[in-house]
Structure formats: C-alpha cells, structure tokens
Design a protein around this ligand. Structure first.
Ligand code: AP5
Length: 217
C-alpha cells in the first residue's frame, strides 16, 4: 500500500494513518511529526523549521523533499507507506513523483478527507498529544483515563504550540491557498479518493477502507 492522506489541519489524517499502519503494516510517514521531533532535539533541521511551525507556515519545499526522500529510502518503507501531511504544495507533489520514480514505485491512491472548518477547529482546540509515544487524544471526545497522562505509556500529554487559536487560523489559510489545489492535481491523475471526514473515528475508518477497496474489520 502506497497512499497519501490529504486534508486540512485537524481533519483526522494522523488518526486514520496510525490505524492503517497498525492494520496493514505500511509505514506512517508524518512530516509534521518528523519536523516537531527535529525541533525538540535542536537539530539543524529543527532550527530551520521552528520559525515556520510556530507561525503555522509551510517549511520550504526543498527542505521537506530532502527529508521525505531520505525517509522513503529506509527499509521499513519497502512494505508500503502512508504519507500524512505530505505533499502540501504542487511543487512537493511533483518532487514526490521524482522520488518515487527513482525508487521504481507509484502511488495507489490519495485519500482526501473533507469536512467543514468549524469541525476542524473543534478538533484542534481539544487535541492532546503524548510526548513519549505520540498517542492522540481529544479533551472532550476521547479523553485519557487520567487527566494529562497517556493511557498507553504513562507519558505526559500536551497541547501542540500550533493548536493555539491564532496559529490555527494561519494554518487554515495556508491550507486553502497552497494545499487545497492538490485535490485537483490528483483528480486529474485519477488517484483522488474523496472521503467524508465528518462522523466518528470508526465511521471514517470504514470509509477509508471502502475507498481502498479493503475490509475495515
Ligand atoms: P502537521 O503535523 O502535518 O499538521 P496538520 O496537517 O496541520 O495536521 P494535524 O496534525 O494538525 O491534524 P490531523 O489531520 O493529523 O488530525 P488528527 O488526526 O491529529 O504539520 C504541522 C506543521 O508542520 C505545519 O503547519 C508546517 O509548518 C509543518 N509541515 C508539516 N508537513 C509539511 C510539509 N509537507 N511541507 C511544509 N511544512 C510542513 O486529529 C485532530 C484531533 O481530532 C485529535 O484530537 C483527534 O483525536 C481528533 N479526531 C480525529 N478524528 C476524529 C473524529 N472522527 N471525531 C472526533 N475527533 C476526531
């Protein structure tokens, strides 16, 4: 399986990509997670990326393309991958084509989660992430058993810096201007699978599997 998850911030890309990874063994590649880790570890990449993440802007295409090219060359991606949060511009989509051509691979589908902005804002304002294992929670809809503590590993839960209201507004503007046009790009290539992103995690999971022509159970 070689797929891309497309959709606005907070659409549920990470939630569904994690599930597909567990179910199908393909590797989740989240550029957001890689960049946040680099910022946390103060690597040269992290120092370059931090100012963009803080403002809700996109990290330059060449930086992201280099990190994806390196990630896809790793052994665990041979059995398939789920790209989560990449590509985000037409230049990145064209770059991805070149990377995959070099590896002798092609994309199977582009899963595009569609949902109204007010739902996205509600999801982002309640999101909590685990610092240790990356587990995902929502303060209202999927809270941890103990406040601030991850059910899976006991790690500390935190709210992402870029989930603050003003940064969310910037991220949504960036999505509309730079990422939304990718739906048309992939529609023309016959790869686009639009998915209604409203509803419960399980309902959307079912739609994702239906779009992939597989069974969710
Ligand atoms: P990134 O980390 O990719 O963020 P994003 O695309 O904005 O997406 P999110 O992670 O916010 O949301 P999601 O769709 O994964 O939703 P989730 O499953 O978490 O990027 C962050 C930054 O990094 C960018 O702004 C940019 O600066 C940089 N960057 C990253 N990639 C880049 C690239 N390619 N090029 C340039 N720059 C790049 O769900 C959200 C919440 O909703 C959670 O709490 C979850 O529990 C809950 N939820 C999920 N589904 C449901 C449901 N069905 N019902 C109820 N709650 C739900």
């Amino acid at each position: 399986m070689r797929v891309v998850f497309l959709g606005p911030p907070g659409a549920g890309k990470g939630t569904q990509a994690k599930f597909l990874q567990e179910k199908c063994g393909a590797c989740q590649v989240s550029t957001g997670d890689i960049l946040r880790k680099a910022v946390q570890d103060h690597t040269p990449l992290g120092k370059k990326a931090a100012e963009y993440l803080d403002k809700g802007e996109l990290v330059p295409d060449d930086v992201v393309l280099d990190l994806v090219a390196e990630r896809l060359r790793q052994k665990d991606c041979e059995k398939g991958f789920i790209l989560d949060g990449f590509p985000r511009t037409v230049a990145q989509a064209e770059g991805l084509e070149r990377i995959l051509e070099n590896l002798g691979w092609g994309l199977d589908s582009v899963l595009c989660l569609q949902l109204p902005q007010e739902v996205v804002i509600r999801r982002l304002s309640g999101r909590r992430n685990c610092r240790k294992c990356g587990g995902l929670y929502h303060a209202a809809w999927s809270p941890p058993r103990r406040d601030g503590v991850c059910d899976q590993c006991g790690g500390e839960l935190y709210q992402r810096q870029d989930d603050r209201e003003e940064t969310v507004a910037a991220r949504l503007r960036v999505f509309d201007a730079q990422t939304a046009p990718l739906a048309e790009y992939y529609r023309k290539k016959g790869l686009l699978r639009p998915i209604n992103g409203e509803g419960s995690v399980e309902e959307i999971r079912g739609r994702v599997f239906q779009a992939l022509g597989a069974k969710a159970a």
